[in-house]
Design a protein. Structure first.
Lengths: 326, 480
């Protein structure tokens, strides 16, 4: 049993860190890909905006899609709530407000992460593409935070809220990366199987840090097997199924519902996980991969909303005038 | 590093009786410091500051441009008190708290002390901390001031005085505890060699005091610490104490009055709260009773408190004893309620409401200390000897406009302790804030020593953290 407000902060600080990590990973891979790509493939920057789902916002703030605009938007734009800097700031604010409930190592790590990002923002190079190494630092800082959390925090309700937030975020981001890239990676039938095509699929795998593990599990690169790996592989920590299974475990631990009487958030997440568990790839392609992933994202959002009403702000209890939805 | 060049000057020095002559309780300490090369001492100082910063022992200064967290500067040279001095101070503080508690209980109930003409009704009712909604309240065991921080000073001759009482939300004990932790790693051999009274018992004593406030029929009382939140200047202390006691740190929005009880919002639904250690000013506790615009408190809290269904420490209403004019009557309170003479004297105080005294004050602004009766944190004060004519004129106007709002006291020349300033030892003025707990047991518990606050600016007499002060560890040493 813990304070609702504290659970909410732990859940969100973990989501924000995971979000920052995913942005960094995706940007890094695309920067990498650009260096391999022949001149002329200019749509390279568009998918990065598409993945965020914030295209309209980007257009309103920047207008034209250029490498500079996109990188600034995603990395250092303080007025964009899902930029790396905004996510890390939000994570730190949440951590600060519940500092006494997290270990000192966790706090120190978040603080160090924050200082690193703030420093990079202050010392931006002329050509923003020169901060390539920064994205690797962001990923490492996120990994360090998770490592420190797992090593120093009790694996109790608080820890489970953190894991729940992190994994729901990860499932969402993996599905978006897959969704966007999948359809953009097939420019024409002629290109299938060509070196360019392969490069693109490999980049998609790298966007999810999945390339090496993929190679161990599958030996050739085909669109279907890549999609299958990222959605269904039971062992790979960034696959959607992996995330949903572990998230469900944490949610069950938190809810402690009696047998046969789950909370609505448990029902929603359970159903979603079961679908990932038992749906066949053919069934997905019949429905349409894009539609499937779109629906997954929608249902993940719903799970998030149910978590809020089950644990943080139950409608039956009068809420304070100043609750914060994040 | 040597104290050869250190001159205690024309002040009471806590560690030296004369240049080069340490007090007997400080001899071993001085020897140890002198045996350390300057670099080693500076290193220990820096390490101590760094540890405190990493631990998060910080505070936020209101109105400071930087806003964010600052370390409360820490000086590695401790202040040392003898066991005998301490025993006397302890008795004096216990006496004072008992009398203040009687006063609070009386003033919010029968008001016998007013009826018997010991303190004027007008004085009590004009105190900004006097809260009419608290009339008739009967807190558990009749205890109002569970946690008090009383500020003590020594004058040039080494005589002790009580400077003021802080009975609302006194802060600083977390620095006492963390400073001691840091000192133990700076001077481990001294802790072995000397018999220094431990301070670490405070959190247990505090928890036991708080638990003791719950109604008898509750075997496992739910105790919480109510904080205004992470942006409050003393937030570190709130979270530190909650952690040390193993209780939940809550903000107003985590609590709600439901079905006649105070409950906290948890992931498993509402849970009853039995005792609230509140670090929020009375005014903000309950928007239904006090300030309606407060977002920090709990609507309906006072009604639950009145019904005896939740205990609050310190009890709402104690702020009246923080009033500096009411402070001036403490010797009379001790006589009236305990039939004893005050052990630790008050600083002589001039009442600006009295015509003759006001005239004297106005004529001597350049040598007196004038304080606003409802101020704290070192704000609203004029130190005559260090003020300009313009500042004095300003205060004169304020006094004439609102005589009840000001008192004046002779400038005490506070005692000093050698302090490490820029690679040398220099004397800096200090005060002492011991922390006193009062609960179910007969005698108030006084934590050995307390927070020594030091005015880091040369010649400054203002020790508050908000005004450039720092702190030192305080050692109560049982004599050689």
């Amino acid at each position: 049993m813990m304070l609702s407000r504290v659970a909410d902060s732990i859940y969100w600080l973990n989501r924000y860190i995971e979000r920052a990590e995913n942005v960094a990973r995706f940007v890094e891979v695309n920067l990498n890909l650009l260096m391999d790509n022949p001149v002329g493939v200019a749509q390279q920057w568009e998918p990065l905006i598409a993945v965020t789902g914030d295209r309209l916002l980007f257009q309103a703030r920047y207008g034209e899609i250029t490498s500079d605009n996109v990188l600034n938007f995603l990395t250092f734009d303080c007025d964009y709530s899902n930029s790396i800097i905004s996510c890390v700031r939000s994570a730190r604010e949440n951590a600060r407000s519940v500092r006494e409930t997290i270990s000192s190592e966790m706090w120190e790590q978040i603080n160090a992460f924050y200082l690193m990002v703030e420093d990079a923002a202050k010392n931006k190079p002329e050509d923003i593409r020169d901060i390539y190494a920064f994205y690797a630092d962001v990923k490492m800082a996120s990994h360090r935070f998770v490592g420190v959390t797992n090593a120093t925090a009790s694996w109790n309700e608080s820890w489970h809220f953190g894991r729940l937030g992190r994994l729901l975020e990860r499932a969402d981001k993996t599905s978006r990366i897959l969704d966007v890239k999948y359809f953009l990676l097939l420019p024409s039938a002629k290109a299938v199987g060509s070196p360019l095509d392969n490069l693109q699929w490999i980049s998609l795998l790298k966007s999810a840090s999945a390339y090496e593990m993929y190679r161990k599990a599958e030996h050739t690169v085909t669109p279907a097997s890549v999609a299958r790996f990222l959605m269904f592989n039971p062992h790979f920590p960034r696959s959607i199924k992996f995330c949903l299974c572990r998230a469900e475990e944490s949610l069950r631990t938190i809810a402690r519902s009696p047998e046969g009487d789950p909370l609505i958030s448990e029902r929603a997440l359970g159903k979603l996980r079961a679908e990932l568990e038992y749906v066949t790839f053919d069934e997905i392609f019949q429905q349409g991969l894009h539609e499937f992933l779109d629906s997954l994202q929608f249902r993940l959002n719903q799970v998030g909303e149910y978590i809020y009403t089950d644990f943080i702000a139950p409608p039956s209890v009068p809420q304070p005038a100043f609750s914060q939805m994040q | 590093m040597s104290f050869k060049a250190y001159d205690p000057g024309d002040f009471y020095d806590e560690l030296f009786t004369a240049p080069g002559v340490p007090r007997s309780i400080a001899t071993l300490l001085i020897e140890r410091i002198e045996s350390l090369p300057i670099d080693s001492l500076m290193l220990r100082q820096q390490a101590a500051q760094h540890t405190l910063f990493k631990m998060g022992v910080t505070f936020n200064v209101y109105g400071d441009a930087q806003g964010a967290e600052k370390v409360f500067p820490f000086d590695v040279v401790p202040r040392v008190l003898s066991g005998q001095d301490w025993a006397w101070l302890e008795k004096g503080l216990q006496q004072r708290i008992r009398a203040l508690n009687c006063f609070l209980d009386d003033i919010y109930n029968e008001q016998k002390i007013i009826a018997d003409g010991v303190i004027p009704r007008a004085t009590v009712e004009s105190a900004s901390g006097f809260l009419p909604p608290c009339m008739g309240l009967k807190p558990p065991q009749g205890v109002w001031c569970h946690i008090t921080g009383t500020d003590l000073v020594r004058d040039r001759k080494g005589d002790w005085f009580v400077l003021e009482d802080n009975l609302r939300c006194p802060s600083g004990v977390s620095y006492v505890l963390e400073n001691r932790t840091v000192m133990k790693s700076s001077f481990p051999s001294l802790f072995e060699a000397l018999d220094i009274r431990a301070v670490d018992d405070y959190p247990s004593q505090l928890l036991s005091t708080l638990r003791g406030l719950a109604p008898d029929n509750i075997s496992k009382p739910a105790v919480v610490l109510l904080t205004p939140g992470a942006f409050n200047s003393a937030y570190f202390e709130h979270s530190f104490l909650a952690q040390q006691m193993g209780i939940t740190l809550v903000e107003g929005r985590d609590l709600v009055v439901d079905d006649g009880y105070v409950k906290m919002r948890t992931t498993q639904g509402l849970r009853q709260v039995d005792v609230i250690y509140r670090r929020i000013d009375d005014d903000f506790l309950d928007p239904q009773v006090f300030r309606a615009d407060s977002t920090l408190g709990i609507p309906g809290l006072m009604e639950v408190y009145r019904q005896g269904r939740v205990a609050i420490a310190n009890a709402p209403g104690t702020g009246i004893a923080d009033d500096k004019l009411v402070y001036a009557y403490v010797p009379q309170m001790i006589r009236y309620y305990l039939d004893e003479e005050q052990i630790i004297p008050n600083v002589p105080t001039y009442f600006c409401e009295d015509e003759k005294q006001q005239a004297h004050v106005l004529a001597n602004l350049d040598s007196l200390v004038v304080k606003a009766t409802d101020a704290s944190g070192g704000y609203g004060m004029l130190i005559g000897t260090q003020s300009s004519k313009a500042e004095q004129a300003q205060f004169a106007e304020k006094i004439k406009a609102n005589p009840r709002g000001y008192i004046a006291q002779p400038t005490l020349c506070l005692s000093r302790v050698p302090t490490l300033i820029d690679h040398s030892f220099q004397g800096r003025h200090v005060d002492l804030r011991p922390f006193i707990l009062y609960g179910r047991s007969q005698s108030p518990y006084v934590n050995p020593g307390g927070l020594t606050r030091v005015a880091l600016k040369k010649d400054s007499l203002v020790v508050n953290s908000s005004q450039g002060g720092g702190s030192k560890d305080t050692w109560v040493v049982n004599g050689p």
